[in-house]
Design a protein around this ligand. Sequence first.
Ligand code: OXD
Ligand code: MN
Length: 592
Amino acid sequence: MATAPQHVTLASMNRDVAAWVEEVAKLTQPQKVYWCDGSDSEFAALKRELVADKQLLPLNPQSFPGCVLSRSHPSDVARVEHLTFVCTKNKEDAGPNNHWLAPKQAHAQMDALFAGCMQGRTLYVVPYCMGPIDSPFSRCGVEITDSAYVVLNMQLMTRMGHAALERITRDGTFVRGLHSTGDLNPERRFIMHFPEELSIKSFGSGYGGNALLGKKCLALRIASVVAKREGWMAEHMLILGLTSPAGKKHYLAAAFPSACGKTNLAMMLPTLPGWKVTCLGDDIAWIRVGKDGRLYAMNPETGFFGVAPGTSQKSNPNAVATFARNSIFTNVVLTPDEDVWWEEMGVAAPAKGVDWEGKEWTPDSGRKGAHPNSRFTAPASQCPVIDSDWQNPEGVPLSAILFGGRRPNTIPLVNEAFDWEHGVFMGSSCGSETTAAALGQAGVLRRDPFAMLPFCGYNMADYFAHWLSFAQRTERNKLPRVYFVNWFRKDAGGKWLWPGYGENSRVLKWICERVEGSAKSQRTPIGNLPTPDALDTSGLNMSNGDAEALTAVDPAGWKKEAEDIAAYYAKFNGKLPAALKNQLAELQRRLG
Ligand code: OXD
Ligand code: MN
């Protein structure tokens, strides 16, 4: 760990941060205070300490050099949406999409939990920057945490330490994020956001989405509020570069709900010869109008916090290469060779191992070895297809925006919006089957507009209006085209209709060709769909029936879909923008 004189230097760099740290230390009473400088040596030292303390297990240095395994408390494995609050003076500002508490009450409740909670522990001060340090679009925060696991993850996921503190001092502002794992009692677990004060308080969980405050809390919930005020967007989106065999490159951003394949798409290996995907980010995009009037996207993170189960050499070879070293695995199986394993990893299960709860496990023990929401945290710089512009301080210009979800029926493989307003309607009506990324029942359909339902820090009706406003913020022909994709269609027997993964490059190809004006489409009541010959299915051996089902309109299914959207819209009472009501009415009219 860094030596005392350096702590003094960091602590004296910014009076506001130091005063806040002092105030928090008075409340939480830690045994010691440690200011993180973000250096590699600090990262290595902290990792060594946690290994010595058996809080982390080192993995096999030959097969997983520099990697460690962490096991969480069995109750602390996912985001807790029912315990996540947006605390604004007016309840209406948080909207029907957020749990709400008045700020005064929320602070009192949280401060009672934080009182004395760091006794005998170290208080880590983590200054961090979301986005490149030199980008005018980046925003900074300071996380105070008593979890060294959180510090290590923040090292991988953000630009943290000395350089961030310098930027905070230049900016004169930062988001205050106070975190403690407390006693991990789910009854005493809350994630509270105070967008009007630019602050976050998170207690009782060490899980990524609840505890790495730069990610969902700052870069989405707080940033979405700031973005609305300042005229930009903070979105739950991957960003990728797509290069055609002719060498033409387009950037795409795509919003899918948690655990619906954003990481897989973001670094996909196209099966179509000559096509290339490069990755800029897999979870969050900050988007703004650039000088030329186009929308520019930037990934504020520096790492991937991906779902492990299902990630394999076949489904995502670039992720496998990315987490092969210097990564943290959480809640997966430990094999006798000190390697990691999880379900659908594409390698044979070990004859015996230790499961995510630390219990002896065999493949026939009748239970999963890895938790379904087990994760890897890996540096983005290690991704073999990282885009050369992933740290460009200006971001990259978007040609298309994609929305998607897990929809076994009705929703076609790909559907192009008629115009921006129709695209916003598509985003607002996103629905998906729930997954293990949040506690609760998996596999039920819920509306998740823009894949932002758990992350929008203000009234979603105002958020829809904000999206619509971009048609006035720039010229329409500069806006990206909008698409809805669905890799998850099933036939009546429950069999997947579409192979997905690298084959999704066929859909990206159609989108790219549409943007360039060369691919054919047919206008239908629900949007522009590919003509049967426009989608490249060569070599897939798909039956004509399956190919047709993927790109056909199901009028009865869509009538039901429209009714369901209307019921969802009703939650926003009088606040829903008229343009979206019109879009729904128009869809119903077109469906007859
Ligand atoms: C995530 C999530 O971890 O969306 O990215 O839950
Ligand atoms: Mn996410």
